[in-house]
Design a binder for this molecule. Structure first.
Ligand code: PFF
Length: 476
């Protein structure tokens, strides 16, 4: 009886048109600025090879089990994230309060969307710079011809001073994201992913191969893959777990939402493994793409946003065909950021459609408008609103402006809490037969996965949360 109702509902609901459509969309959600900026920076800052190896371990033993947990909740529920959790809880005889885990995810996704699109706007700005540069510097020479090092390095801080410019770019990036989300799952999100993700991979491989020949590739290998295990300390390990979660887009109900559009005959264990493998490969390749270029230019590999928006543009100056590579690079980053922002906008959109019965374009438009308002306010954090500390009353976030607060609150608090609740829900609360019917695993592998979801994942997530809230514990 239950199954019939669900099939009927699913029949009238938009969903991925194929298994590969889902895989590409989910890889698109996972692969983003986290892989291209954050992973190389964290690897460099945390001891290279030891961090990388531990990161891969975290993806396999913690990230992958949670990814499968999220997608199976969605596929079972065949509805928005909150309703999917509500259904599974109701069918397990558990409290409706579990819906809160997905509600928190919807809020997190909205908050991340707001500042992620501001960064997307910066990427658009650099695409514009490199398009213009093709005309001034030409195709074969280095990029940004005639500009001094300090001129180039000041492009980024100058942009951060221009609240109006950042707002316009933010609006453009939000509008492009909205265009795809408003068109629906198969007709918008999937169509964008099946074009943008292969294009992204081609650009990434192309630039990496080019950089390997023209840049400092051997130096990069030594830098990224030197296994100095003495550097694998507590804070480094926690940085790796946190990065694994951010990179796989876990804890924000995004993968529950994407899982709800998956057809019944798809094996979720296999697709989750493919998604995690692809995301990890992109992170590793991003390191092999970025560092040869930066190191060949003799610049510092120091991380953060400066690596992408100041150091790299500078590095393209001394690179043969630097303008073309610079343009290709920022177009590639734009594609990765767009498929992630689409996934972020989809979460509150699906929720609003389900909760209020809005038509999809209205729901997506409302989410976009609200995200733009919050995004514009956060863009002014770099200038006019620099001294506005919205969470000044909470010691952990006291020094944060609106932009950094949106990032910190979600990364240090909401995402780990969301993921922790998900593992407790799947490992302890939901009825085992529902889980087994969805997860596509059997025998020993099934038992091993369930053990990870029940014990290892909650323990690791609790550790991230505690250290995130009380950083002094590990002396970080
Ligand atoms: N996984 C994305 C990245 O690595 O850039 C970031 C992200 C996207 C986090 C979507 C969460 C999310 F829902």
């Amino acid at each position: 009886m239950v199954a019939t109702t669900k099939t009927q509902e699913a029949a009238g609901r938009d969903g991925w048109s194929s298994r590969s459509g889902f895989i590409l969309a989910a890889i698109g959600a996972a692969v983003g600025l986290g892989n291209l900026v954050r992973f190389p920076a964290e690897a460099a800052a945390n001891g290279g090879g030891a961090f990388v190896l531990f990161y891969i371990f975290c993806i396999a033993l913690i990230g992958l089990p949670v990814l499968l947990s999220e997608t199976l909740i969605g596929r079972h529920g065949q509805a928005s994230a909150t309703r999917s959790v509500e259904r599974m809880a109701a069918e397990s005889g558990a409290s409706k309060a579990w819906t809160g885990l997905a509600g928190l995810g919807v809020l997190s996704a909205f908050m991340i969307l707001a500042f992620y699109c501001v960064i997307g706007g910066w990427v658009l700005y650099y695409v514009g710079i490199f398009v213009g540069d093709l005309f001034t510097s030409g195709v074969t020479g280095g990029a940004l011809a005639g500009m001094s090092a300090s001129d180039i390095e000041s492009i980024f801080p100058t942009l951060l001073e221009q609240g109006g410019m950042m707002s316009i770019l933010d609006a453009v990036f939000v509008a492009i994201t909205l265009y795809f989300v408003a068109r629906g799952v198969s007709g918008g999100i999937e169509k964008a992913s099946v074009v943008l993700m292969p294009a992204f991979f081609l650009l990434l491989i192309g630039i990496t191969v080019y950089g390997a020949f023209t840049g400092a590739f051997t130096e990069t290998l030594a830098f990224l893959f030197s296994f100095d295990f003495t550097r694998l300390t507590g804070p480094v390990m926690l940085a790796a777990v946190g990065q694994a979660f951010f990179s796989l887009s876990l804890g924000v109900a995004g993968m529950i939402t994407y899982g709800s559009y998956v057809a019944r005959d798809v094996n979720l264990a296999k697709t989750s493994t493919t998604i995690a493998l692809a995301d990890t490969s992109v992170a590793l390749i991003a390191g092999l793409c970025i560092f040869p270029i930066v190191l060949a230019a003799g610049l510092s590999s120091e991380g953060g946003m400066g690596l992408m928006f100041a150091t790299l543009p500078h590095s393209f100056q001394s690179m043969p065909a630097g303008s073309v590579i610079g343009l290709a690079f920022f177009v590639m980053v734009g594609f990765a950021a767009l498929t992630s922002s689409v996934s972020l906008m989809e979460v509150p959109t699906a929720w609003a459609v389900d909760r209020f019965g809005f038509a999809r374009p209205i729901a997506a438009g409302t989410v976009a408008a609200l995200a733009l308002i919050l995004g514009v306010a956060s863009a002014y954090s770099f200038n006019a609103l620099n001294d506005f500390h919205p969470l000044g009353f909470i010691p952990l976030f006291a020094g944060e402006n609106l932009f950094t607060a949106l990032d910190s609150v979600t990364a240090k608090l909401f995402m780990p809490i969301g993921a922790l609740l998900t593992t407790i829900f799947v490992g302890w609360i939901a009825e085992r037969r529902m889980i087994d019917a969805e997860n596509g695993l059997r025998g020993g592998l099934d038992r091993f996965w369930f053990f990870l979801v029940r014990w290892l994942c909650p323990a690791a997530l609790a550790a991230i949360l505690i250290v995130g809230i009380f950083p002094d514990i590990l002396g970080t």
